[in-house]
Design a protein around this ligand. Structure first.
Ligand SMILES: Cc1cc2nc3c(=O)[nH]c(=O)nc-3n(C[C@H](O)[C@H](O)[C@H](O)COP(=O)(O)O)c2cc1C
Ligand SMILES: O=C(O)C(=O)c1ccccc1
Length: 374
């Protein structure tokens, strides 16, 4: 058997097939919640379209027999240049939710980002992914003591970085969720980090008397924060020794401000087209941001990554690593094994694409192998 032939016994290879499987398995509310974008879904479409606007121009005769998918971020080696994006409320997709996805990720050493609105606590998710890199995504609550408590807990549980999502001062105008009257927290999903937080309990549920509905209301009141500003980041930096990454940067001036405020990394993201609709696709936003950052801090990227060649293009345009959202969430309809299949296929696809690009290491991918479609 030739080793140059891909070996793959997965049942489902194609992203669109996973999406179809998820549509058949999930209720309409849950499926629409995962798949939809905000507004008229312009940005959701643009994110995927943007990858088609760049051509890869591969090199040949470069000896690609040995290939290396590893990279490093914040002085830590990563097995692959992609993360599982922070995705909340994963029990609306599968009862094992984040535990299943974190286990699948760590079984392949794929780095994981745990959401504030996870259905299991950050400590439980941390245990499910011991030994594998993991970051904690912070929705900075409208209560600084709870914010500090989350950050300290993430540190104690062995997380490697704090990802502060900055594009969600309010939830996007998600027409399909509004039409379906679907809010994932109403199912009891996404509240574990709050109900397991000593500060939250002490301040909002001192006698432990709140029922689930009252708890959900208390959480909703403080979940999102509309008043945080750049100045406040200095305070957050003092709360933790972990690197701080801002998720949701689209404007090059904000990339510059991130540097001026001592931030360690940014994620060029439009939240998978789920926040402000009509914003620029992330791939179109990437080059000018990379130019401003000029190698000074790490640049991560997400929104619309579906295949290995998408990762190659994002890395070529200057991203250090990427995040995937919906692809693994669709795999999660089959629990841990489903997520593992999605990830294994993405690794194999990326490795194949790397070889055919004529490169031996993802670290060597640069803008010399891409051009705008002619
Ligand atoms: C169902 C779902 C839930 C999400 N929950 C969060 C979240 O809790 N925190 C966050 O920062 N981003 C969240 N996101 C956004 C993702 O982290 C990521 O930016 C986006 O999914 C990337 O786009 P993609 O789905 O096209 O890969 C969520 C996305 C989806 C699809
Ligand atoms: O669905 C999301 O994208 C998301 O991030 C979110 C955050 C808070 C409440 C509900 C959804």
């Amino acid at each position: 058997m030739s080793t140059a032939l891909p070996v793959n016994d997965s049942k489902t290879i194609i992203f669109e097939k996973w999406e179809e499987t998820a549509k058949n398995k999930l209720g309409k509310g849950a499926f629409d919640y995962v798949q939809s974008g905000s507004g008229g879904e312009e940005t959701l479409q643009k994110n995927v379209q943007a990858f088609k606007e760049w051509d890869i121009i591969p090199r040949v005769l470069t000896n690609v027999e040995t290939r290396d998918l590893t990279t490093s971020l914040f002085e830590k080696k990563l097995a692959v240049p992609f993360f599982l994006a922070p995705v909340g409320f994963q029990t609306v997709v599968h009862p094992e939710g984040e535990l299943a996805s974190a286990r699948a990720a760590s079984s392949l050493s794929v780095p994981y980002i745990a959401s504030t609105v996870s259905s299991f606590s950050l400590e439980e998710i941390g245990e499910a992914s011991v030994g594998s890199p993991r970051y904690f995504q912070l929705y900075w609550p409208n209560d600084d003591e709870v914010a500090t408590s989350f950050v300290k807990r993430a540190e104690a549980a062995g997380y490697d970085a704090i990802v502060v999502t900055v594009d969600t001062t309010v939830l996007g105008w998600r027409e399909r969720d509004l039409q379906n009257q679907y809010f994932p927290m109403q199912t009891g999903a996404g509240i574990a980090n709050f109900v397991n937080d000593p500060v939250f309990q002490e301040k909002y549920n001192r006698d432990g008397l709140l029922d689930t509905n009252e708890l959900i209301n208390a959480i909703r009141k403080i979940l999102l924060n509309q008043s945080i500003t750049w100045e406040k980041l200095g305070w957050l930096k003092q709360q933790t020794r972990l690197p701080i990454i801002l998720k949701g940067i689209l404007h090059k001036d904000d990339a510059q401000l991130a540097i001026e405020h001592g931030i360690d990394g940014i994620i060029v993201s439009n939240h998978g087209g789920r926040q402000l609709d009509g914003v620029r696709s992330t791939l179109a936003a990437l080059p000018s941001i990379v130019e401003v950052i000029n190698g000074r801090i790490s640049v991560l990227f997400d929104s619309g990554v579906r295949r290995g060649t998408d990762i190659i293009k994002a890395l070529a345009l200057g991203a250090d690593a990427v995040l995937i959202g919906r692809p693994f969430v669709y795999g999660l309809v089959d629990g841990e094994n489903g997520v593992r299949e999605v990830l294994q296929n993405l690794v194999a696809d990326l490795d194949t694409s790397l070889a055919l690009t004529g490169k031996t290491s993802v670290k060597d991918i640069d803008c010399s192998i891409v051009e705008r479609v002619y």
